[in-house]
Ligand binder design. Sequence first.
Ligand SMILES: Cc1cc2nc3c(=O)[nH]c(=O)nc-3n(C[C@H](O)[C@H](O)[C@H](O)COP(=O)(O)OP(=O)(O)OC[C@H]3O[C@@H](n4cnc5c(N)ncnc54)[C@H](O)[C@@H]3O)c2cc1C
Length: 375
Amino acid sequence: MGGVVAANRLRQHLRGPHRLVLIDREEQHLFQPSLLWLAIGERRAERIQRPLARLERKGIDVVHAEIERLDPEARTVRAGGREFTGDAVIVSLGADLAPETIPGLVEAGHNLYTLKGATAFRDALAEFDGGRVAVLTAAPAYKCPAAPYEAAMLIDYALRRRGGEGVRDRVQLDLYAAEPAPMGVAGPAVSAAVRAIVEQKGIRYHAEHQVVAVEQGPGRLAFANGVRAEFDLLVYVPPHCAPAVVRQAGLAPDGGWVSVDRATFATRFPGLFAIGDVTAVPLTMGKPLPKAGVFAHAQAEVVAANLAAEWAGRGAPRRFDGQGQCFLETGDGRAGLGTGNFYAEPTPQVKLRGPGRWWHWGKVLFERRWLSRWF
Ligand SMILES: Cc1cc2nc3c(=O)[nH]c(=O)nc-3n(C[C@H](O)[C@H](O)[C@H](O)COP(=O)(O)OP(=O)(O)OC[C@H]3O[C@@H](n4cnc5c(N)ncnc54)[C@H](O)[C@@H]3O)c2cc1C
């Protein structure tokens, strides 16, 4: 998300001799928030993807290749056997998913955070006729802190929607979370409100359940606190880690993420910026800024504006102010909206509105606009 916005904006601001290159190993841009709708059969894969090659029409060179090496000092990227050196390099490589770090997880469940996993889960859910469905967060920090909570509520909705069959009455729906509360960075009031909405739907919420292993046939989750829980259908949010190429470049030491200036997203290397999920921005409250598309987007705007101001004298320099918002799909065509300032001191100031139909349609419109605006 960050790379697509940065490339679009830089192309708008920098004309003439400036060359822009977007490198990605995927041919398609996937609008990840829509994976939640796809998982309950409300979207098809084609509808939520766009070919990155379309950006070529705007004058952006699109290179479809795996980035094999990144030299932050020389600002050189090696991809598909070619070398690219930039006057500026913007790293927006996201978070790698690491489900294999929990023994048995890959074999026993469906990965909600990939197109393949969400599609397989959709098919399994459509066939599901009763039993135990488990939604699991396999680590306490992950991109889009709302997503597993939305997933649980959408699963409840999808099962209730099959009304005549009475299938929801035959399903026990559990949400096992590694974290102590939903969307913790947004503060205790938002956490409590989200938990209440989830539990009102008959979803059983189990906080601070860190999974350590998963057994297959019959499926069983083993947690660090000694609890064991059986399931018939499992969908999970995997642990995340910084992409290998970023770690190898020494940009994310000690299993962490890229350190940046929280206003400009400059790294300690001149001309090298990092935005979005690959970064860690510490907040005074002790937890980092959540990983979310809304922040990757805003940070891309800031970096692009600052490069345009510096190189072409166009516009004024900008600083990221920590403002963000997040939809919370609750099922039945409704959603809530969390908005606020995540840089507020000493704690982020976030309010949750809704749920209501308006915010659901807001998210649908946002999805449509995203896929037409940038492609
Ligand atoms: C189910 C789900 C729901 C979500 N809902 C929301 C939401 O409602 N609101 C919100 O704000 N955010 C949401 N998010 C989070 C949002 O999608 C991410 O925070 C956002 O995509 C981060 O942008 P990014 O540019 O940092 O990384 P990404 O968008 O993940 O982009 C990283 C890119 O780098 C490429 N890449 C990585 N390594 C290499 C390599 N070695 N070589 C070449 N290419 C490479 C990848 O192919 C990818 O295209 C959701 C995410 C999921 C999974």
